[in-house]
Structures are given as structure tokens and as C-alpha cells.
Design a protein. Sequence first.
Length: 291
Amino acid sequence: MPVTYTALTTLMGEPAAQALGDALEGLDVAPTGVGVFEVEDGSGLWEVGGYFTDSPDGVALDLLAAVHGAKSFVISEVPETDWVAHVRRELSPVEAGRFFVYGSHDADKVPQQECVPLLIEASMAFGTGHHGTTLGCLLALEDLLAEGVEAQNVADIGCGTAVLAMAAASVWDRPVLASDIDPLAVEVAQTNAKANGLGDKICCIEAAGFDHPDLINAAPFDLVFANILKGPLIALAPNMARNIARGGTAILSGLLVEQSEEIEAIYQVNGFEVSQKRHIGEWSSLRLRRI
């Protein structure tokens, strides 16, 4: 079976990591792709990786690592995998209260009794409901519904597959704004909305945070989902306060359990109180009320 190769290393500091990533692209046996990202938000430790179709030159990689102050590259073989088929095998349907998240390969498993089915294709696997963060947000929405809350104006910031936007639009039968900074995610969200018969209910836009005329004009919201990461959630806190009506709700996730207290404190300073917190594995979801 054909193989590809990865070469991975770590080093401190974004400038050094970006410089090493640029240098990787100049190798004689050049990688087909280079990834540079922070290992954990705010840690300062960065991972640099090259992806090769031919075995990389270990000596050249060692020299690059030494020049840029990185650890030695670890080279690994990666067998070719049909990832869509793999995801379809591994991702079984997810139930979160009334919500049933599934792929088309599991359409025959949708319960006959009353539920809210949400179709997410396996090839679009970020935000399928299997991850503890998405599941936590769906369960927080289920709790709101059990309490009789009926949100009139909803936004899903950093929407990914738009599973949260679709859940809200389905239960309240009204339009929801779904935004993401990644244009591919916006395309995926639009595709999913149409596949679920919600193309006229989900408005998908490319935006960073609330920085889009559609979001600005629609505010204040009485429910906002933000299933993103710790750093963006911290940066978003003041704008979240400005764009949620008093008494409105923010459902936040993308957080490790040990990060939740810091987020709680920052959002409390910005005018929120904690209504609920839920830990699923290593992930935490917060439900906050704007006061």
C-alpha cells in the first residue's frame, strides 16, 4: 500500500516556527505541504510539520532543525487511508436530548419517534456532534428548551458544519445567522443547511467574530453559540457583551476543562454570569447569562 511521510518537530516562538516552515519548502525533496501551528493556545510552543510523498532527507532536516533551534524532526510513515470510509465506520450517530446527528450512511438509524434529525456528512467531520465540545453545546441547548426558553434572534459564531445553527433553526423555526472565519467552513455550512431543508433558515457568512454588517445589523442577539477556542473566546468577550441582549445567553465551548475557570472570570468581568457548566471528557462547555 502506498505511503506518505510526515516530519514533525517543535520549537518555541511563532517567528522561529514560521521561518522553519518557510525553510522546509525550500528542501530539494520538497514537502507537498507544510503545517505551522501552536500546540496549545497561549503556550508559546509551536509544531512544524512537513508532508512528503517521497522519503525525506533526514540529514537536511537535522540541519534545518539545528539552524532554527528546533528539536530533531521525527519522521514517520503514514499508510494511505480512505478517510471518508474510515470516518463513516468510526462515527456512529450521536443523540443529545432530542437531537440526532447522523451521516447519510446511517439514515436508516434515525428514530421513528419524535426527534430533531441533523444530517452531517462524514466528509465534513469537523463539528459532527461526536466531539465533547459540540455535544456539550447541543446538550446546553436541550437544557434551555427544557426550561421553556424560546430564542428569537440566534447567531452561531465559528459555526463549522453549522450543526448548532441548524439545531436552533429546527426547534424554533426561524432564521439563524451562522458565521465562520474559514471560507471552506462557510461553504460546508451552506451545503449542510440545504441538505437538512434549512437553506432558507440558515444565513451563512464569512466573518471574524461579529465583524460583518449582517451580524452588526441583527444584534442584539438573545442566544449566541461560540464553539471555538480559548484564545478567540477571550478576544471575543467584549464584543459578545455588546452583541447579546441583557438576559440573553452565550453558549461557549472549545475549552479544555482546566481552561474553563479563566473563561468564566473573563466573561464575568464583561457582564456575564455562569448559568451552567458541563464537562465531557477533557472538554468543557459553559452557558452564560448576560446581566
